[in-house]
Design a protein around this ligand. Structure first.
Ligand code: AP5
Length: 212
């Protein structure tokens, strides 16, 4: 099954995509994670992407499209994948459709997590991420038991783009460039809207219903 998670920054795309990937046995493909890994490895893509990411802007389409094409060609994606954070613009959605068409595949469902802006600011400004395994925590909603990552023991950090001014910029970019994809996938009868507020497990039950 080929799935897409849509929704504003902080809607819970990563959290739900990870849980669903485990349940379905297909990989979660997060463009944010791929770009952060490139940044950490100081590749030319990572150095270029960093400028846009720290300002809360989108990385140019051609860079992200080339990166995702390469990722989807890998063996582990051949039986399905869950996209988290891609596509984010109309040209990205069209490029994805073409890539899949070339190999006789389609998008099965698009899951749109709906969360309001103030909840997003609360979630992202309180998020802490493991500097080694990228596990997410939240100072109120999902605190770590100690001051370090519960999974691997590494230090927890705040992402550069989780500062309030950058979060608000990301929300504006979402409204202008990504929100139009809701209508795009609605017209293709692929969109399933899911309320993104409430407990992580309750939302996951609704995600499961939407894909069954
Ligand atoms: P990316 O990493 O994709 O960031 P994002 O979409 O802004 O997503 P987030 O990871 O912030 O939020 P999420 O919806 O995954 O929520 P999460 O589950 O983590 O992208 C970062 C940057 O990379 C972009 O700004 C851009 O520059 C670039 N980029 C990436 N993709 C690109 C593309 N396709 N094109 C161009 N540029 C691209 O949850 C957030 C927090 O809330 C966590 O602390 C979590 O524990 C908590 N939480 C989750 N669910 C709940 C709940 N139900 N209740 C309470 N708290 C919750």
């Amino acid at each position: 099954m080929n799935l897409i998670f849509l929704g504003p920054p902080g809607a819970g795309k990563g959290t739900q995509a990870k849980m669903l990937a485990e349940k379905l046995g297909v990989p979660q493909v997060s463009t944010g994670d791929l770009l952060r890994a490139a940044k950490q490895q100081k590749t030319s893509l990572g150095i270029e992407a960093e400028k846009f990411m720290s300002a809360g802007q989108l990385v140019p389409d051609e860079l992200v499209i080339a990166m995702i094409r390469e990722r989807l060609e890998k063996e582990d994606c051949q039986n399905g994948f869950i996209l988290d954070g891609f596509p984010r613009t109309l040209p990205q959605a069209e490029a994805l459709e073409k890539t899949l068409k070339d190999v006789g595949a389609i998008v099965d469902h698009v899951l749109d997590l709906e969360v309001d802006s103030e909840e997003v600011v609360k979630r992202l400004s309180g998020r802490r991420q493991c500097s080694a395994c990228q596990e997410n925590f939240h100072i109120d909603f999902k605190p770590s038991k100690k001051e370090v990552c519960d999974r691997c023991g590494a230090q927890l950090i705040q992402r550069d783009d989780d500062k309030e001014s950058v979060i608000r910029k990301r929300l504006e970019v979402y409204r202008q460039q990504t929100k139009p994809l809701v209508g795009y996938y609605q017209d293709k009868a692929l969109l399933k809207s899911i309320v993104g507020r409430g407990s992580i497990n309750d939302i996951f039950q609704n995600v499961l219903k939407a894909v069954q």
